[in-house]
Design a protein around this ligand. Structure first.
Ligand code: 48F
Length: 258
């Protein structure tokens, strides 16, 4: 029995990993925007893997605000909440309340049910960069990086890569710094996010969701971070809409490359 259990996990896991060596979409970061992007890309029939450095993907959504575990979603994003079959209750002035643990678990469930593969405990430490294009991600075990062990990474090639790493914009920073290239941002680099303006932050998140370098897309707080826009705190409609928008942009790019 012990051998059966171990063999089952090893065979299944490495089959899943080998199947993801050539992806349509590699999503870095399992916060709300990355998970929603994974859902829509998988639903469109693309081969999608989402990589998150933590044991429990979900990013900043689990904890609501200050660990008060509810979030606010505005009217414009409710079609996404409905499609992903999350429970909610109306609040005031066109806003709704969703339990943050239910929302995070629900998004993860729907994305994986649609066919997205999630690799937790994976840190993306670099990208594949060839002929002026981002063409994949370089991954390592989070514990390897945390321990500072000198262990080489593996590579997953992908037609598109999404930086959904939140406030730190890690992938965009790495691409600009290591390759000396200009991103499609006001300065050509990662501008860095501004302080809180919830309404403007929500609006600009959607505008800033785009391809910032051939093959590299940004969503969620990373989209605002690279372009120097505002943070918005625990209102999540912008994150959900950003995930949906970036999935449409990536899907169009994947189709063009086929
Ligand atoms: O920050 P995060 O939740 O991303 P998001 O989709 O959502 C932002 C909101 O949670 C909130 C907000 C809403 O108004 O402002 O902050 O923009 O999740 C980012 C995820 O990326 C993972 C990290 O563990 C987190 O779960 N991550 C960050 N860098 C890496 C990474 C990396 N290099 N490799 C793998 N995962």
């Amino acid at each position: 029995m012990e051998t059966l259990i171990s063999r089952g996990i090893i065979e299944s896991y490495f089959g899943k990993l080998s199947d993801c060596l050539n992806l349509d979409a590699a999503i870095v970061g399992g916060g709300p925007s990355g998970i929603v992007a994974a859902y829509y890309l998988a639903k469109a029939g693309h081969k999608v893997a989402l990589l998150d450095r933590k044991l429990s993907p979900g990013g900043g959504m689990w904890g609501g605000a200050m660990m008060f575990n509810d979030i606010v979603v505005q009217e414009e994003a409710m079609p996404i909440v409905e499609e992903l079959q999350l429970s909610y209750r109306p609040y005031r002035e066109g806003t709704y309340i969703v339990d943050s643990v239910h929302a995070t678990a629900g998004l993860l469930y729907q994305a994986t049910k649609a066919g997205a593969v999630i690799f937790n405990c994976y840190s993306v430490e670099d990208v594949v960069y060839k002929q002026g294009r981002v063409g994949g991600v370089v991954v390592n075990w989070t514990p390897v990086l945390r321990e500072g062990l000198h262990v080489d990474p593996l590579t997953l090639l992908s037609k598109t890569v999404l930086d959904a790493t939140g406030h730190d914009c890690e992938i965009a920073r790495t691409v600009a710094r290591k390759n000396g290239v200009r991103l499609d941002t006001p300065t050509g680099g990662v501008v860095g996010e501004m302080s809180m303006d919830a309404a403007e932050g929500e609006r600009s998140t959607i505008d800033n969701t785009k391809e910032i370098y051939p093959g590299l897309f940004v969503s969620g707080m990373a989209a605002n971070g690279v372009s120097g826009s505002f943070r918005m705190g625990p209102i999540f409609g912008g994150m959900l809409m950003s995930g949906k928008k970036v999935a449409e942009l990536m899907s169009a790019s994947i189709r063009q490359q086929q």
